[in-house]
Design a binder for this molecule. Structure first.
Ligand SMILES: [Zn+2]
Ligand SMILES: [Zn+2]
Length: 294
């Protein structure tokens, strides 16, 4: 049995968000205000609709990326660190060919491509068949902090895409537009250092998890067993937790409740993939990437 662990590399844990808007598109706040709301983040991107917002020198956030949200009325796609040349013949027309062209240009440039808010059924969402028709993207936004739990959570689509045999990562972002939406969902990356390239390299390899307030200290493999160690302190260790281990088709492989610091799951070899979701008393969550089992 081979268990692929995306968390095997050493590094530092860094916090960031890629999907945020300013008054350059439909955000309520100018760039300088958005910087202040995220001033202690390690990395950050602005992703205005159908345009690249250029960063200013007013930010104290160490690592900044340019980004764009490709925003046809049908479905949205986030491109982080795209080449600026994509604007030369830019169109947000929703065809698989056009979205694939833009996604591929971003990924080939060293950036990442994320299909965002795939379950936002009242406006822009992704049909599963379109997600499967696209081939070059890095991942899916599984938690969009914009608001409605019925529309902005997409673990079902992620499990469906993963179960089709695709290897795509789960992302969490605020999709910040207005005060009150900031710092709800983010990504915690284990990267060699905090620089543009190291963070994106780590994310491409799946060395990150999605957080809404809780987290993992490490995820390791010991023989056939995956050991997920949770953020630990005297306070956290005494708090009640609810953990679920999911496999292919979203099957629940293991559940665990109580006051614990780690989760152990012994693989049988038939899981396809194994991913962890943990909630802390009060609701804060941490959601791992899949560990593929072959
Ligand atoms: Zn959007
Ligand atoms: Zn957005």
């Amino acid at each position: 049995m081979n268990i692929h662990n995306p968390y095997a590399q050493d590094g530092v844990w860094l916090r960031g968000s890629f999907h945020n808007h300013t008054t350059n598109s439909d955000g309520h706040h100018p760039l300088s205000t958005v910087y202040r709301m995220y001033n202690d983040y390690d990395f950050f991107a602005i992703s205005d609709h159908d345009q690249i917002t250029v960063h200013s020198d007013e930010s104290s956030i160490p690592t900044l990326y340019e980004a764009i949200e490709v925003s046809s009325p049908r479905a949205h796609m986030l491109l982080v660190d795209p080449p600026r040349e994509i604007m030369e013949d830019y169109s947000n027309e929703f065809t698989i060919a056009n979205y694939e062209r833009l996604s591929r240009a971003c990924v080939q440039h060293g950036g990442i491509s994320v299909l965002v808010h795939p379950n936002r059924y009242f406006s822009q969402f992704w049909k599963l068949s379109d997600m499967l028709a696209m081939s070059s993207y890095t991942g899916i936004e599984v938690i969009n902090g914009d608001g409605n739990p019925e529309y902005d959570i997409a673990f079902d689509k992620w499990d469906a895409v993963l179960s089709s045999g695709r290897k795509v990562w789960g992302f969490g972002n605020d999709d910040f537009h207005a005060y009150g939406q900031e710092r709800r969902a983010w990504n915690v990356v284990r990267a060699k250092e905090n620089c543009q390239k190291a963070v994106l390299d780590a994310m491409r390899n799946g060395s990150f998890y999605v957080s809404t307030g809780y987290g993992f200290d490490s995820i390791q493999i010991e023989g056939d067993t995956i050991v997920a160690k949770l953020n630990s302190s005297d306070q956290l260790d005494g708090m009640y937790k609810y953990a679920t281990v999911f496999g292919r088709y979203g099957k629940v492989l293991h559940e665990q409740t109580g006051r614990f610091k780690e989760i152990q799951y012994r693989c049988t070899g038939n899981e396809g993939y194994v991913r962890f979701a943990v909630y802390l008393e009060g609701g804060s969550g941490a959601f791992s990437q899949p560990l593929f089992v072959e």
